[in-house]
Design a protein around this ligand. Structure first.
Ligand code: MN
Ligand code: MN
Ligand code: MN
Length: 284
């Protein structure tokens, strides 16, 4: 499965392993022609990525993946096409970074209570950027032999409901959606089937998201079964939302989520890029 449009990926600026320029290079080599770099809660990689994209002739829109809370559950919201120098957005992201730092400290403390050594410094080193998240803690656990794999780290310590799953402090869904909207962008719910929600609850999330000013749903997600994509297409149409496509690329090591390795958007769904000038002439 290949798509020439990939609107969800990560660089070193957050928890990806490639520099922003290298993400764009790889996307280009893999046939992606419209890209958004969506690092977690930071715009740190945008400029470098966009400069490289311009050299290669890859079209790009600004992107970000924001963490927030909805009914005490952590949700990821993607933002596209916003003004990257909007002062209110930059200020909001500063707060988000502070929360991520506090969260990293709390993850380390909670893991210590589980009998692990303090992993904060190692996780900070691991993160390259300055704010480690759960994947960095997982890597440190693997490297120091505390667990045998990422999967085990999440299953035992970091996954949903485990000690290292710290979700306090994120802003509310409507808050982050408004950050994007007020900066002139469009908000999309990331990987809607990864929250382990019932369909009823997912519909309620979508209703609240729309009421907050959200416009889209990530319909085609890497590694997702066809039936799931179909279900999301239905939800998208029924709620009059626009559809998006994203691999959620983090590392070439994770081959099932490589750049452009994602199904195209089903024809029945109106694409989030339908009125983007950069998307002219591209069939997603
Ligand atoms: Mn990530
Ligand atoms: Mn996510
Ligand atoms: Mn992501």
């Amino acid at each position: 499965m290949r798509s020439v449009i990939d609107l969800h990926c990560h660089s070193l600026a957050s928890d990806g392993v490639l520099a922003p320029e290298a993400v764009v290079d790889r996307a280009y080599e893999r046939g992606v022609r419209l890209l958004a770099l969506t690092d977690h809660d930071t715009l740190g990689g945008q400029l470098a990525a966009m400069e490289r994209a311009q050299c290669l002739g890859v079209k790009m829109v600004s992107g970000i993946e924001l963490s927030c809370l909805w009914r005490r559950q952590s949700i990821h919201v993607l933002g596209y096409g916003f003004n990257t120098v909007e002062p209110a957005l930059i200020e909001a992201l500063r707060g988000q970074k502070q929360r991520r730092l506090e969260r990293a400290g709390e993850i380390a403390q909670r893991l210590e209570k589980q009998g692990l050594p303090n992993l904060l410094d190692a996780a900070i080193t691991q993160s390259d950027s300055d704010v480690p998240g759960r994947p960095h803690f997982a890597q440190v656990m693997v490297d120091s032999g505390l667990v045998s794999s990422h999967a085990e780290a999440f299953k035992k310590y970091l996954g949903s409901g485990k000690a290292g799953d710290v979700k306090n402090g994120w802003p509310a869904l409507e808050t982050v959606v408004q950050w994007i909207v007020k900066a002139g962008g469009q908000a999309v719910i990331a990987h809607p089937r990864k929250y382990n929600m019932t369909l009823t609850r997912l519909r309620e999330l979508i209703d609240d998201f729309k009421a907050s000013g959200g416009e889209g749903l990530e319909v085609a997600v890497a590694g997702q079964k066809q039936g799931e994509t179909g279900l999301l297409s239905d939800l998208c149409r029924r709620s009059d939302l626009l559809g998006s496509v994203g691999s959620d690329f983090h590392s070439p090591q994770f081959r099932w989520a490589d750049l452009g390795s994602v199904a195209s958007l089903p024809d029945s769904v109106k694409p989030i890029w339908h009125d983007w000038s950069v998307a002219e002439g591209l069939a997603g």
